[in-house]
Design a binder for this molecule. Structure first.
Ligand SMILES: [Zn+2]
Length: 387
């Protein structure tokens, strides 16, 4: 396949083009199988590339979005809770238990169908790589079941048994932590690449979170945290201490937290729709970027606090509300998401990487923020397949 006539190609490789996005003008991309094999000027494109030729007709082309934080495996919805919150009630982490009850009662088939539907929705708005967490089972069997469903969607599967304490052990949280670090991790570690812990008010405290993360690392899982979403707490510093790939949310951060994240190369994954739909403040993206922290942008797609799969919306909010530049936000939704998953084969358009490309209905990446809510994803190519 050859994608030619690209008005602006975002490569995310500064050695290949202009600025931090590595922009090329009048470019073409040659694809063989699942991989990009060549990029350069359209008039120098190689002859005889097999497969179709797509004429971008001057439009912008960028890497597919890498959504590094979702909770796609669940049943039921929480529109009633959302309605109550919009009428002024406060959000607490316990709302998760509503989804746990619905998810435990659902069949594997229904969970797979719901997750598949959301993943396809995400693909239509340009998400070509998605991380998917468990966390609505909270028993050994249900967490393993959810990870199995997640594995039908993606390779980036995250064990989140420590989302909240299981309702049947609400009076004995220490017993639940014992279960997570023992039998649950034994069953779940082989089904996951990552372990995440919700370290915040109403979820897990610092000592419990550390114990779970270290046990997961012992079993070979990479680490990530839900941290500093609801109040200023220990999560961000703990992410730096344990060498997590990513700390996510980070709505309430001190200057020391920011320094710790920068020093440990923890990616800060910001989830602005969660802040929007819980009416919390915006995270300080500028402070993180100015301190040298790599920032990712993700949806946090979940039925309670951020029920969207739409990365272009996240990019638009990051620019207009959080003061990221359009170039920073596009990088964070592509290469930044890849960094949060410690991947270098997605989130960029470079020879040898996966052929995950978006052709925009626009001449420049800036339009993703400039035209919030507009359907700008004209064509999605995932692993060399035009969707
Ligand atoms: Zn989340």
């Amino acid at each position: 396949m050859l994608v030619a006539g690209v008005g602006e190609l975002v490569t995310n490789d500064p050695e290949l083009g202009e600025g931090p996005l590595g922009l090329l003008r009048n470019a073409a991309v040659a694809i063989e199988g699942e991989r990009v094999v060549w990029i350069g000027p359209t008039d120098a494109a190689p002859e005889g590339v097999p497969g179709p030729r797509i004429d971008a007709a001057g439009a912008a082309v960028l890497p597919g979005f890498v959504d590094a934080h979702t909770h796609l495996v669940f049943a039921g919805d929480r529109a009633g809770e959302f309605d109550a919150r919009m009428r002024g009630e406060a959000y607490a982490a316990g709302g998760i238990r509503t989804t746990v009850a619905a998810t435990r009662a659902a069949s594997d088939e229904d969970l797979r169908a719901n997750a598949r539907r959301l993943a396809e929705e995400a693909l239509r708005t340009g998400t070509t790589t998605v991380e998917v967490k468990s966390g609505y089972g909270l028993t050994v069997d249900d967490e393993a079941r959810l990870l199995g469903v997640a594995g039908t969607i993606t390779d980036e599967v995250t064990f989140l048994g420590a989302h909240v304490v299981a309702p049947e052990l609400a009076d004995d949280p220490a017993a639940y932590v014992d279960l997570v670090v023992g039998e649950m991790l034994d069953a779940c570690a082989p089904l996951a690449r990552w372990c995440d812990v919700f370290c915040d008010r109403g979820a897990f405290d610092e000592d419990a979170a550390r114990r779970i993360l270290l046990a997961a690392a012992d079993r070979g899982l990479g680490l990530r945290l839900h941290a500093n979403q609801l109040e200023h707490g220990p999560g961000a510093r703990l992410a730096a201490e344990v060498g997590a790939a990513s700390a996510d949310h980070l709505t309430y951060l001190s200057a020391d937290d920011v320094d710790a994240l920068a020093g440990a190369d923890v990616v800060a994954t910001l989830l602005p729709v969660a802040d929007l739909s819980t009416r919390h403040p915006w995270p300080d993206a500028r402070g993180l970027l100015d301190a040298g922290v790599r920032v990712a942008l993700a949806t946090d797609c979940n039925p309670g606090t951020s029920f969207t799969t739409n990365v272009p919306l996240v990019v638009a909010l990051a620019v207009t509300a959080m003061r990221m530049t359009p170039a920073e936000a596009v990088w964070s939704a592509t290469a930044g998401g890849a960094a949060a998953l410690r991947r270098t084969d997605v989130g960029r358009v470079t020879p040898g990487g996966f052929a995950d490309l978006l052709v925009l209905e626009a001449p420049s990446h800036v339009h993703l923020a400039y035209r919030p809510g507009a359907p700008l994803i004209r064509t999605v190519i995932r692993r060399g397949d035009r969707i």
